[in-house]
Ligand binder design. Sequence first.
Ligand SMILES: [Zn+2]
Length: 297
Amino acid sequence: MVEVPLVYSDDYYGDLQGHIFPIEKYKLIYEALEAEGCLGPVLKPEPATREQLELVHTPEYLDDVYAARLTHRTLPSEMAISPDIVRGFITAAGGSVVAARAAIDRGGPAMNDGGGLHHAFPDHAEGFCYINDVAVAVSVAQEEGLARRFAVIDCDLHQGNGTAFIFADDPDVFTFSIHQENLYPVKQKSDLDIGLPDWAGDDVYLERLRSAVPDILDRHESEAVVYVAGSDPYEGDQLGNLRLTFDGLIERDRIVLGECRDRGLPVVILLAGGYAYDTRDTVRVHVNTYKVAAGIS
Ligand SMILES: [Zn+2]
């Protein structure tokens, strides 16, 4: 069993006014892990600082975000904006920074019970994402001299378009995305994209993932990994059609986390999306990811 720090704050919650994004999942995951007696050390994040956010985002965009203003830069988020929503996103970005430091410090996995908001671009929001905490965590860790060469393994249902764009010209950060091809977003070019057909299912998905991950980690000589562990490839998801089972998603986690463990790599686990018809299923997928990281599933 591996002790896996979980970064969590009640401040991750913001009232999304009935939006499809189940923001209550953050608290439910925390409570489920606690109830099942498998919760490791809990780290409480502070909101990311403006200086940290400016490593990724433009000042003009951040002015709009901090003011919780609807403008042409914030509107593409497709969700409401308010001071408590903004606080939630900025605190979640702080959480990804804390998880990155913890993972690198320990040389193993650490999970942010939030974040993975990979659609945000430097100068605008997109797809339920205001702050690209994936890129903020990587950039802060680089700035602090903790690690330079990162691989982003993005297994959310949707392509990590914002992250791919942000690191397009950075040879130190390898971006990989495996996603449903015929779906939002308009694709950017990751260093490696695997766009899967609708109804791919466990076998096709896992075969492609299994053949890609070891090669990425070896060829890129990554020092640390960010695992964007979206739960929306799940077969009961409202937004997608990759149709992975619970067991298939556990195997996905084992592939990614096992390849990291075998190489002694720090891995920062971020939650990203998940829109199951029953939010308890979304929670279960994320809880299973934590358990795989901890070696108890
Ligand atoms: Zn997604």
